[in-house]
Design a protein around this ligand. Structure first.
Ligand code: R5P
Length: 310
Protein backbone atom coordinates (compact mmCIF):
# COMPACT_ATOMS: atom_id res chain seq x y z
CA UNK A 1 0.00 0.00 0.00
CA UNK A 2 1.21 3.49 -0.82
CA UNK A 3 -0.04 6.98 0.10
CA UNK A 4 0.12 10.00 -2.16
CA UNK A 5 -0.82 13.48 -0.98
CA UNK A 6 -2.24 16.26 -3.12
CA UNK A 7 -1.65 19.85 -2.06
CA UNK A 8 -5.04 20.53 -0.42
CA UNK A 9 -4.31 19.13 3.05
CA UNK A 10 -0.70 18.09 3.35
CA UNK A 11 -0.74 18.17 7.16
CA UNK A 12 -3.56 15.62 7.38
CA UNK A 13 -1.84 13.36 4.82
CA UNK A 14 1.39 13.51 6.85
CA UNK A 15 -0.53 12.60 10.04
CA UNK A 16 -2.09 9.61 8.25
CA UNK A 17 1.32 8.55 6.96
CA UNK A 18 2.69 8.74 10.52
CA UNK A 19 -0.26 6.68 11.79
CA UNK A 20 0.38 4.00 9.16
CA UNK A 21 4.16 4.28 9.54
CA UNK A 22 4.52 4.76 5.78
CA UNK A 23 6.31 7.45 3.79
CA UNK A 24 4.34 9.53 1.29
CA UNK A 25 5.03 8.69 -2.35
CA UNK A 26 7.51 11.09 -3.92
CA UNK A 27 5.58 13.17 -6.41
CA UNK A 28 5.61 16.64 -7.84
CA UNK A 29 2.30 18.41 -8.20
CA UNK A 30 2.88 21.88 -9.55
CA UNK A 31 1.62 24.53 -11.95
CA UNK A 32 2.66 25.75 -15.36
CA UNK A 33 2.82 29.51 -15.84
CA UNK A 34 -0.80 29.51 -17.09
CA UNK A 35 -1.84 27.58 -13.92
CA UNK A 36 -2.43 24.25 -15.66
CA UNK A 37 -1.67 21.41 -13.22
CA UNK A 38 1.35 19.19 -13.84
CA UNK A 39 1.96 15.93 -11.97
CA UNK A 40 4.98 13.67 -11.95
CA UNK A 41 5.07 10.53 -9.79
CA UNK A 42 8.73 10.13 -8.95
CA UNK A 43 8.78 6.47 -7.89
CA UNK A 44 7.54 3.18 -9.27
CA UNK A 45 3.88 2.47 -8.43
CA UNK A 46 3.27 -0.43 -10.83
CA UNK A 47 0.98 -2.99 -9.19
CA UNK A 48 0.55 -0.93 -5.99
CA UNK A 49 -2.58 -0.32 -3.90
CA UNK A 50 -2.49 3.50 -3.89
CA UNK A 51 -4.45 5.94 -1.74
CA UNK A 52 -4.59 9.51 -3.07
CA UNK A 53 -5.39 11.98 -0.28
CA UNK A 54 -7.06 15.18 -1.41
CA UNK A 55 -9.92 17.22 0.03
CA UNK A 56 -11.85 19.05 -2.67
CA UNK A 57 -12.09 22.11 -0.44
CA UNK A 58 -11.27 25.76 -1.26
CA UNK A 59 -10.08 26.39 -3.95
CA UNK A 60 -12.45 23.57 -4.86
CA UNK A 61 -11.94 23.59 -8.63
CA UNK A 62 -8.13 23.64 -8.42
CA UNK A 63 -8.06 20.87 -5.82
CA UNK A 64 -10.52 18.76 -7.79
CA UNK A 65 -8.52 19.17 -11.00
CA UNK A 66 -5.34 18.25 -9.15
CA UNK A 67 -7.01 15.08 -7.83
CA UNK A 68 -8.20 14.06 -11.31
CA UNK A 69 -4.78 14.61 -12.85
CA UNK A 70 -3.01 12.65 -10.07
CA UNK A 71 -5.43 9.75 -10.60
CA UNK A 72 -4.78 9.87 -14.35
CA UNK A 73 -1.01 9.81 -13.79
CA UNK A 74 -1.34 6.80 -11.44
CA UNK A 75 -3.56 4.90 -13.86
CA UNK A 76 -1.08 5.46 -16.67
CA UNK A 77 1.72 4.34 -14.31
CA UNK A 78 -0.10 0.97 -13.87
CA UNK A 79 -1.12 1.28 -10.22
CA UNK A 80 -3.15 -1.84 -9.36
CA UNK A 81 -5.89 -0.06 -7.37
CA UNK A 82 -6.47 3.64 -6.83
CA UNK A 83 -8.54 4.85 -3.88
CA UNK A 84 -9.52 8.53 -3.87
CA UNK A 85 -9.41 9.53 -0.21
CA UNK A 86 -11.60 12.63 0.12
CA UNK A 87 -11.65 13.72 3.78
CA UNK A 88 -13.97 16.49 2.55
CA UNK A 89 -16.01 15.97 -0.61
CA UNK A 90 -16.77 19.41 -2.05
CA UNK A 91 -19.79 20.03 -4.29
CA UNK A 92 -21.76 17.63 -2.06
CA UNK A 93 -24.40 20.24 -1.25
CA UNK A 94 -25.47 20.35 -4.91
CA UNK A 95 -27.00 16.89 -4.66
CA UNK A 96 -30.38 17.52 -6.31
CA UNK A 97 -31.98 19.88 -8.78
CA UNK A 98 -32.97 22.92 -6.75
CA UNK A 99 -35.00 24.30 -9.63
CA UNK A 100 -35.58 23.80 -13.34
CA UNK A 101 -32.42 23.85 -15.49
CA UNK A 102 -29.99 23.51 -12.56
CA UNK A 103 -27.20 20.91 -12.27
CA UNK A 104 -26.58 18.06 -9.87
CA UNK A 105 -22.90 18.89 -9.44
CA UNK A 106 -22.26 16.20 -6.79
CA UNK A 107 -23.11 13.55 -9.40
CA UNK A 108 -20.98 15.27 -12.05
CA UNK A 109 -17.96 15.36 -9.70
CA UNK A 110 -18.52 11.70 -8.77
CA UNK A 111 -18.50 10.85 -12.50
CA UNK A 112 -15.31 12.85 -13.06
CA UNK A 113 -13.48 11.04 -10.24
CA UNK A 114 -14.68 7.64 -11.49
CA UNK A 115 -13.83 8.32 -15.13
CA UNK A 116 -10.40 9.68 -14.24
CA UNK A 117 -9.64 6.13 -13.05
CA UNK A 118 -10.41 5.83 -9.32
CA UNK A 119 -11.34 2.28 -8.30
CA UNK A 120 -12.71 3.20 -4.86
CA UNK A 121 -13.61 6.25 -2.80
CA UNK A 122 -13.08 6.79 0.91
CA UNK A 123 -14.71 9.85 2.41
CA UNK A 124 -16.04 11.23 5.69
CA UNK A 125 -19.52 12.44 6.68
CA UNK A 126 -20.99 12.97 3.23
CA UNK A 127 -23.49 15.80 3.29
CA UNK A 128 -26.20 13.25 2.45
CA UNK A 129 -25.65 9.50 2.77
CA UNK A 130 -27.23 8.80 -0.60
CA UNK A 131 -24.37 10.62 -2.38
CA UNK A 132 -22.57 7.28 -1.91
CA UNK A 133 -24.80 6.01 -4.70
CA UNK A 134 -23.60 8.76 -7.05
CA UNK A 135 -20.34 6.80 -7.37
CA UNK A 136 -20.57 3.61 -9.43
CA UNK A 137 -17.48 2.30 -7.62
CA UNK A 138 -17.20 1.05 -4.00
CA UNK A 139 -17.48 4.04 -1.68
CA UNK A 140 -16.85 4.01 2.07
CA UNK A 141 -18.41 6.89 3.98
CA UNK A 142 -16.78 7.16 7.42
CA UNK A 143 -18.33 8.93 10.39
CA UNK A 144 -16.44 11.39 12.55
CA UNK A 145 -18.96 10.61 15.32
CA UNK A 146 -16.64 8.41 17.49
CA UNK A 147 -14.00 11.17 17.50
CA UNK A 148 -16.63 13.79 18.35
CA UNK A 149 -18.13 11.65 21.13
CA UNK A 150 -14.69 11.19 22.68
CA UNK A 151 -14.04 14.93 22.57
CA UNK A 152 -17.40 15.74 24.16
CA UNK A 153 -16.80 13.19 26.92
CA UNK A 154 -13.27 14.53 27.55
CA UNK A 155 -14.19 18.23 27.50
CA UNK A 156 -17.83 18.52 28.51
CA UNK A 157 -18.45 15.41 30.60
CA UNK A 158 -21.88 13.82 30.38
CA UNK A 159 -24.15 15.74 32.76
CA UNK A 160 -27.00 18.04 31.77
CA UNK A 161 -26.23 17.82 28.03
CA UNK A 162 -28.78 18.51 25.32
CA UNK A 163 -27.85 17.66 21.73
CA UNK A 164 -29.37 20.10 19.27
CA UNK A 165 -29.83 19.82 15.53
CA UNK A 166 -29.40 23.32 14.04
CA UNK A 167 -31.96 22.54 11.36
CA UNK A 168 -34.62 19.96 10.59
CA UNK A 169 -32.38 18.34 7.93
CA UNK A 170 -29.78 17.38 10.53
CA UNK A 171 -32.07 15.53 12.95
CA UNK A 172 -30.84 12.01 12.09
CA UNK A 173 -27.23 13.00 12.80
CA UNK A 174 -28.16 14.77 16.04
CA UNK A 175 -30.31 11.88 17.21
CA UNK A 176 -27.40 9.46 16.64
CA UNK A 177 -25.12 11.67 18.75
CA UNK A 178 -27.73 12.06 21.49
CA UNK A 179 -28.15 8.28 21.60
CA UNK A 180 -24.42 7.71 21.95
CA UNK A 181 -24.15 10.29 24.74
CA UNK A 182 -27.36 9.22 26.45
CA UNK A 183 -28.48 12.86 26.16
CA UNK A 184 -31.77 14.51 25.20
CA UNK A 185 -32.46 15.95 21.77
CA UNK A 186 -33.77 19.35 20.69
CA UNK A 187 -34.30 20.78 17.22
CA UNK A 188 -34.01 24.29 15.82
CA UNK A 189 -36.82 24.81 13.37
CA UNK A 190 -35.97 27.70 11.03
CA UNK A 191 -38.92 29.30 9.30
CA UNK A 192 -39.41 32.24 7.00
CA UNK A 193 -43.15 32.84 7.06
CA UNK A 194 -43.13 35.19 4.06
CA UNK A 195 -40.45 36.11 1.48
CA UNK A 196 -38.47 39.14 2.68
CA UNK A 197 -39.33 38.57 6.34
CA UNK A 198 -36.57 37.55 8.70
CA UNK A 199 -36.21 33.96 9.81
CA UNK A 200 -38.06 32.79 12.92
CA UNK A 201 -36.21 30.24 15.01
CA UNK A 202 -38.48 27.93 16.97
CA UNK A 203 -36.86 25.55 19.42
CA UNK A 204 -38.48 22.13 19.68
CA UNK A 205 -37.58 20.89 23.16
CA UNK A 206 -37.00 22.49 26.55
CA UNK A 207 -33.41 23.80 26.67
CA UNK A 208 -33.77 25.92 29.84
CA UNK A 209 -30.63 25.55 31.98
CA UNK A 210 -29.11 22.94 29.67
CA UNK A 211 -25.60 22.77 28.19
CA UNK A 212 -26.40 22.55 24.48
CA UNK A 213 -24.28 20.84 21.84
CA UNK A 214 -25.05 21.82 18.26
CA UNK A 215 -23.99 19.23 15.69
CA UNK A 216 -23.75 19.67 11.90
CA UNK A 217 -21.76 18.20 9.02
CA UNK A 218 -20.55 21.51 7.60
CA UNK A 219 -19.93 24.96 9.01
CA UNK A 220 -19.53 27.35 6.11
CA UNK A 221 -20.52 30.99 6.70
CA UNK A 222 -21.20 30.09 10.33
CA UNK A 223 -24.70 31.59 10.07
CA UNK A 224 -26.55 28.38 10.91
CA UNK A 225 -24.52 27.71 14.07
CA UNK A 226 -24.38 31.33 15.33
CA UNK A 227 -28.10 31.96 14.78
CA UNK A 228 -28.98 28.67 16.44
CA UNK A 229 -26.78 29.56 19.44
CA UNK A 230 -28.55 32.92 19.80
CA UNK A 231 -31.96 31.25 19.68
CA UNK A 232 -30.97 28.61 22.27
CA UNK A 233 -29.60 31.22 24.67
CA UNK A 234 -32.78 33.28 24.25
CA UNK A 235 -34.72 30.18 25.33
CA UNK A 236 -32.63 29.93 28.51
CA UNK A 237 -29.86 27.48 27.54
CA UNK A 238 -26.93 27.62 29.99
CA UNK A 239 -24.27 27.60 27.27
CA UNK A 240 -23.80 26.42 23.69
CA UNK A 241 -20.92 24.51 22.08
CA UNK A 242 -20.90 23.49 18.42
CA UNK A 243 -19.39 20.53 16.58
CA UNK A 244 -19.06 20.16 12.79
CA UNK A 245 -17.04 17.66 10.79
CA UNK A 246 -16.04 19.98 7.98
CA UNK A 247 -14.82 23.50 8.77
CA UNK A 248 -15.36 25.13 5.37
CA UNK A 249 -15.41 28.53 7.13
CA UNK A 250 -15.55 30.77 4.07
CA UNK A 251 -15.80 34.56 3.83
CA UNK A 252 -16.08 36.22 7.23
CA UNK A 253 -17.00 32.99 9.03
CA UNK A 254 -14.10 32.97 11.49
CA UNK A 255 -14.79 36.56 12.59
CA UNK A 256 -18.46 35.68 12.93
CA UNK A 257 -17.69 32.66 15.14
CA UNK A 258 -15.23 34.73 17.17
CA UNK A 259 -17.85 37.40 17.83
CA UNK A 260 -20.63 34.90 18.50
CA UNK A 261 -22.06 33.57 21.75
CA UNK A 262 -20.72 30.09 21.01
CA UNK A 263 -18.55 28.86 23.86
CA UNK A 264 -16.57 26.86 21.32
CA UNK A 265 -16.74 25.48 17.80
CA UNK A 266 -14.97 22.16 17.32
CA UNK A 267 -14.15 21.03 13.76
CA UNK A 268 -12.03 18.19 12.41
CA UNK A 269 -8.92 18.49 10.25
CA UNK A 270 -10.73 17.23 7.10
CA UNK A 271 -9.97 20.67 5.61
CA UNK A 272 -6.62 22.41 6.14
CA UNK A 273 -6.85 25.27 8.66
CA UNK A 274 -5.97 28.81 7.67
CA UNK A 275 -3.86 30.86 10.07
CA UNK A 276 -7.00 32.78 11.04
CA UNK A 277 -8.70 29.53 12.08
CA UNK A 278 -5.65 28.30 13.97
CA UNK A 279 -5.49 31.57 15.94
CA UNK A 280 -9.21 31.85 16.71
CA UNK A 281 -9.70 31.40 20.47
CA UNK A 282 -13.10 29.68 20.33
CA UNK A 283 -12.34 27.29 17.43
CA UNK A 284 -10.65 24.01 18.27
CA UNK A 285 -9.63 21.21 15.86
CA UNK A 286 -9.67 17.48 16.43
CA UNK A 287 -7.97 14.96 14.18
CA UNK A 288 -9.59 12.29 12.03
CA UNK A 289 -6.20 11.12 10.71
CA UNK A 290 -6.21 7.91 12.83
CA UNK A 291 -9.81 7.14 11.78
CA UNK A 292 -9.08 7.48 8.05
CA UNK A 293 -5.68 5.82 8.47
CA UNK A 294 -7.27 2.77 10.11
CA UNK A 295 -9.92 2.60 7.34
CA UNK A 296 -7.17 2.67 4.70
CA UNK A 297 -5.31 -0.11 6.50
CA UNK A 298 -8.48 -2.21 6.55
CA UNK A 299 -9.24 -1.57 2.86
CA UNK A 300 -5.71 -2.66 1.97
CA UNK A 301 -6.10 -5.81 4.11
CA UNK A 302 -9.60 -6.51 2.74
CA UNK A 303 -11.01 -6.21 6.29
CA UNK A 304 -14.37 -4.77 7.33
CA UNK A 305 -14.55 -0.97 7.47
CA UNK A 306 -18.07 -0.75 8.88
CA UNK A 307 -16.99 -2.62 12.03
CA UNK A 308 -14.96 0.50 12.91
CA UNK A 309 -18.30 1.96 14.03
CA UNK A 310 -19.78 -1.01 15.92
C1 R5P B 1 -26.75 22.44 5.33
O1 R5P B 1 -27.60 21.64 4.97
C2 R5P B 1 -25.52 22.00 6.06
O2 R5P B 1 -25.75 20.85 6.82
C3 R5P B 1 -25.01 23.13 6.95
O3 R5P B 1 -25.99 23.42 7.91
C4 R5P B 1 -24.70 24.36 6.15
O4 R5P B 1 -23.87 24.08 5.08
C5 R5P B 1 -24.04 25.39 7.07
O5 R5P B 1 -23.84 26.55 6.33
P1 R5P B 1 -23.58 27.95 7.03
O6 R5P B 1 -22.46 27.75 8.02
O7 R5P B 1 -23.20 28.82 5.87
O8 R5P B 1 -24.84 28.40 7.68
Amino acid sequence: MKLLAGNSNRALAEDMARFLKLPLVKAVVRRFADMEVFVEIQENVRGEDIFVIQSTSFPANDNLMELLIVIDALRRASARRITAVLPYFGYARQDRKVGPRTPISAKLVANLITHAGADRVLTVDLHAGQIQGFFDIPTDNLYAMPVIVKDITDYLGQGNLMVVSPDVGGVVRARALAKRLGADLAIVDKRRERAGESEVMNIIGDVEGRSCILIDDIVDSGGTMCNAADALLREGAKDVCAYATHGVLSGGAVARIKGSKLKSLVITDSIAATEEIAKCANIRRISIAPLIGEAMRRINNEESVSSLFD
